[in-house]
Ligand binder design. Sequence first.
Ligand SMILES: [Zn+2]
Length: 349
Amino acid sequence: MALREVIGQERAVDMLLGALRKGRLASSYLFCGESGIGKKMTAVNFARAINCPATDHRHGIQDDEPSIFPADIFPSPESASPNADAGISGLDACDSCESCIKFVSGTHPDFLMVSPEERQIRIEEIRMVEESLSFKPFEGRMKVVVVDDAEMMNPAAANAFLKTLEEPPAASVIILVSSRPELLPATIRSRCSRILFSPLPSEACRRVLEGKVPDQALDIITRLSMGRPGLALSADLIAERDWFFELLGGMLRAEKDAWSSRDDMERWLDLLLIFLRDMTVFRVTGSGKGLINGDLADEVKRLAQSLEVKGIIYIYRELSFLKGMLMFNLNKSVTWNYTASLLRKEMAV
Ligand SMILES: [Zn+2]
């Protein structure tokens, strides 16, 4: 995929192509925005565009503008792929050369992706990044490292990483990807060029999902993904919603904690917030239009009628606050019991 083919993130893509056009890349970027909206995919495709030999990033550089690319990294016209005019004005990845294909298979030697394990990025991973960046590019123009869910670096890892950011190795680009950038140390954030990603408009989200989810479920899955198609591609949102209702029933019947992990707890609370949002919409408008769970309007109506708008808003506020506290390792069963008592008290069930 070329950068231009990333759907619904035109502003971010324009900024990245603009940097390539000028041949002036930042040494580190922070791609931020909610999860499931294409940050990591854009990072991979940016790395491809940087390294695709069919591109010519000198295009458009003014003589007095220094380029950050070393002078010898651009291939001579003979060595460029025959598809040299592919992409956007020779800036974007061609999608078909050996280099581009290696990015898809994850085998490009100048590319490293680091992700958290058990919700943590440890210093060992950052040492790996340092080591990888200590070598010159093997076959591409620049080394590119992507740190996914970068906010999950533990303090030791973040400290070590800061040193790398302070003295970026030549011919390298570091891309931090984060849906919670506020959790990163300010010293790291301030050293990165920030690229903001937004949830996709409904139509763009639908285009991403078309052909990838069953046709008959496309409408409802588009609504449930709320502009975050990556969520729908990584999980069955309809099955997830069934699971949500099953647990909600258990919670209202005062059954005990049924979340199997902290991730479960976090996702379930997200779904509850969406449902509370729908209940508010229903109470205010009196109609099923505009509901995210539009196919379950009767269910939303039944629950919405069991409490006042101010009660719904109160629960919403309390749970939003609780969600913000999740990073402090809240105990699952305490959180379950608290949520249950909050719902039961306000809903009079
Ligand atoms: Zn290529």
